[in-house]
Design a protein around this ligand. Sequence first.
Ligand code: NAG
Ligand code: NAG
Ligand code: ZN
Length: 421
Amino acid sequence: MGLIKWFTLLLILLNFFATKPTFSYSNSFTSKFLDLAKEPNVADWMVDIRRKIHENPELGYEKFETSELIRSELKKLGISYKHPVGVTGVIGYIGTGKSPFVALRADMDALPMQELVEWEHKSKVPGKMHGCGHDAHVAMLLGVAKILKEHEKELPGTVVLVFQPAEEGGGFGAKKTLDSGVLDNVSAIFGLHVEPNLPLGEVASMSGPFAAGSGFFDAIINGKGGHAAIPQLSIDPIVAASNMIVSLQHIVSRGYDPLDSQVATVGKFRGGDALNVIPDSVTIGGTFRAFSKESLIYIKQRIEQRNLSPLAINNADLHEYFRSVVAGSVLGKDKLMVMQPLMASEDFAYYQEVIPGYFFLLGMDNASVERLESPLSPYFKVNEDVFPSRAALHATLLASNYLLKLHQKVPVEEGKYNDEL
Ligand SMILES: *[C@@H]1O[C@H](CO)[C@@H](O)[C@H](O)[C@H]1NC(C)=O
Ligand SMILES: *[C@@H]1O[C@H](CO)[C@@H](O)[C@H](O)[C@H]1NC(C)=O
Ligand SMILES: [Zn+2]
């Protein structure tokens, strides 16, 4: 073989190794990220941040202090960001600044409820509480940011950190974030939720629809008020509203295939103050949930509706990836549980309509310490032990290993769902 031929062969070989690195993406980042996440300057730092956010809960889009705290930490880490995105949202960038892009999302809103846990870092705002653990989600994503920043030069692409407002109560924070266009070139997005009923060290997920689509409704029933003793001269809105509520139950129990899960619940019924007066009007309101687009549309047509949010569907390819790479090589396959679909809705669904997305639950129950209450309980607590070795590590591995995978040009399914409702 002549010199030119040898040289050509060498080029081909070099090319081969350049496009197919010899290391496997399942192990390349594992051990060093694990060690880093456990260091006090990461682990304790995440706990401090979570407690600060927990003391100052903010609702919906009003997360000015939370947003400020996130930005100041990103600034200290030397991470560039965009703000405001969707009113108070913050989008951080780590890596080359170029494609491929992989996004990690943390919601950051609290709930309108009073905390009843007595502890040093109890909510300082009456009637507001991080009762769903979104304070932990923010702290963990900042932990991820810190770890990734130290390894920025090794990232073959860009990790996009999505700190999103208004996840709860049909707040449309995910939709606003998407509409802003900041996620336009993102190839995959990952999200998680802490789960008190799952053991620490385990994760749970599934392929396909995992959280119901939902809608909320409000109605004012106007009648004609009067004396309780002479109802014939009034039009009683309380009796009318009661009939409506009973009819609503029939939409679900009589109108549907019982194997296609739905729920319709009236959570608000207001009208009248006096015991002997028929009021002029009654306000009712509630929510409905379903696991198929058809069912949602059907209920929507039957109830005076307000907001409608899509069902959340985990991408099948990302589920395989998660199973094999993350659960397989990091936790062990026996730590990946099959998640039961949730009737609760999750606005991560908006991302999943346009970007292949994956959402999983992160166990934080340590039975040897205490039983944890469910989210939305005023006694809800976060097991901060979950921060270092699990969440930060996972998200870090998810992001960086997935970038490697994309870099190796393993095809990713498009996964576009045009379920716009
Ligand atoms: C997405 O990619 C296009 C084409 O390269 C570019 O013009 C656009 O600015 C990118 N958008 C974002 C949000 O990165
Ligand atoms: C549960 O908590 C105990 C006491 O803090 C700790 O020793 C143990 O390692 C924890 N379990 C797990 C699975 O982390
Ligand atoms: Zn939540």
